[in-house]
Design a protein around this ligand. Structure first.
Ligand code: SAH
Length: 429
């Protein structure tokens, strides 16, 4: 039986922090059994001690024992302290992702069941079934389950596994989800491009209960949407914008609306439900716009209120300006321009361009709801970019509010990478 003491995080002063553990918390009897140990270089334990779940390859000194990709290792500091149980991946720059920071919480299948159950219970507490039957049940690191995303669309669950650790546990995850939720089926959409960074092939298909029956209809704030979980973007729908759509809906009465990057028209339909005079929706995807049209008719809305344009939004914003078109409410919800901070400068140019383009189409007193879903662009940076766009457009605007992801997409203080969706609500002076 291997044994090593648990290292406690340091205070800034350098003194070890005593946490409320039996025996003062410094040394616990170790129960790491025959688990392989991933030993960090001296001084590289600090971020894990602060409960950040990623260990980069440059922080690793050695692997003691043998571990397959996705296998569980005990993380150990250079001076022999236990740091956490983690999933190992020799093929990823993120060499290990922590499942649990507690030595007593070995991440076996029972542990997995409890973590997933806790995530689902939190959704039950924070989102009423009267509001929607579609929500994210598990949000990866932010629910203590790196690499695992589970979205629920009515009776169907869509699973996305993006790390070796989650991938290896597919069968157990499916069993637990089927058992805890009583869902009709589980479909896998592990086709995000981040899988390649983990050395994992794309994988999609039915895992439980057979293939989904075409599109799945969901409800959101009294509106109906058809979701293509097999072929749609991400897992089929942008659930994270649920509350922001409701907010924009409440502002849409009598307005002429422009919805850029409309996808399947969720903001557009919300605006018409909120009494908008008209909505011009722009997206580069013909399939998304087709679906958007079907969603409008699913809600028995007057087709005359909608105008659909398949175009590159960057270009379309210029064309609309040339045509001297103006709007009272503009939504800008582009795809991720900066997956990490490294991409921030290029992303900043993209955000500035479309925000300036949108501001130039906004009537006085008009509203702009502008979003970024880039982890690499912080709220602060996004604010600066949008302010820069307003300055260049020669426009003064009031910041009315901030937008964030809906509560089924939580973010942890200690894991800012999980805080990806941010937005500003502006009124042109
Ligand atoms: N607001 C949507 C989600 C938008 S997702 C909702 O609430 O459902 C981003 C969308 O931008 C996708 O539909 C994608 O097809 C589209 N897109 C990506 N690049 C684009 C471009 N250059 N011009 C127009 N649309 C683009």
């Amino acid at each position: 039986m291997m044994s090593f003491p648990r290292r406690e995080p340091r205070h800034r002063s350098g003194a070890r922090r005593r946490v409320g553990r039996p025996g003062g918390g410094l040394i616990l009897p170790a129960q790491t059994g025959s688990a392989p140990r991933l030993v960090l270089k001296p001084g590289r334990e600090h971020s894990v001690e602060r409960r950040h779940p990623w260990v980069f390859s440059g922080a690793v000194a050695a692997l003691a024992g043998e571990a397959a990709p996705g296998g569980t290792v005990a993380l150990q500091s250079a001076d022999g302290y236990f740091l956490g149980w983690a999933a190992y991946n020799p093929h990823s720059q993120i060499r290990a992702r922590v499942w649990s920071f507690e030595q007593s919480e070995f991440p076996d299948d029972l542990w997995l069941r409890e973590r997933i159950a806790r995530a689902i219970e939190r959704r039950r507490q924070s989102i009423s079934i009267d509001v929607t039957d579609a929500m994210r049940l598990v949000h990866a690191e932010s629910d203590g389950l790196p690499g695992l995303i589970v979205d629920c669309y009515a009776d169907t669950l869509v699973l996305q596994l993006s790390t070796a650790g989650a991938d290896k546990r597919r069968a157990a995850i499916v069993n637990v989800l089927a058992d805890l939720t009583g869902c009709a089926r589980i479909f896998e959409r592990s086709d995000a491009d981040t899988r390649a960074l983990e050395g994992l092939p794309e994988r999609t298909g039915a895992l439980f209960g057979g293939a989904p029956p075409g599109e799945i209809e969901i409800r959101e704030h009294g509106l109906r949407f058809a979701v293509d979980v097999v072929g749609g973007q991400k897992t089929g729908f942008y659930l994270d914008q649920r509350n922001n759509r409701a907010r924009v809906q409440a502002l849409a009465s009598d307005r002429e609306v422009l919805n850029c990057f409309s996808f399947t028209g969720a903001f557009s339909i919300a605006c018409v439900a909120g009494g908008a005079q008209s909505v011009l929706s722009i997206d580069s995807s013909a399939a998304a716009l087709e679906q958007a049209r079907r969603n409008a008719s699913l809600n028995r809305m007057d087709p005359a209120r909608f105008e659909w344009m398949q175009a590159d939004a960057f270009q379309a914003l210029r064309t609309l300006r040339d045509q001297a078109r103006e709007f009272d409410l503009i939504v800008l919800d582009p795809p991720k321009f900066a997956p990490t901070a490294k991409h921030a400068p290029a992303a900043a140019r993209g955000y500035k361009d479309i925000n300036m383009g949108a501001m130039r189409l906004l009537r006085r007193g008009g509203l702009l709801a502008t979003f970024s879903c880039s982890s690499g662009v912080s709220e602060d940076l996004f604010h600066k970019i949008v302010a820069g766009a307003a300055a260049d457009a020669g426009m003064s605007a009031t910041l009315l509010d901030w937008f964030h992801a809906a509560p089924d997409h939580p973010s942890l203080l200690e894991f800012p990478e999980g805080d990806y969706l941010k937005g500003l609500l502006l009124r042109r002076q």
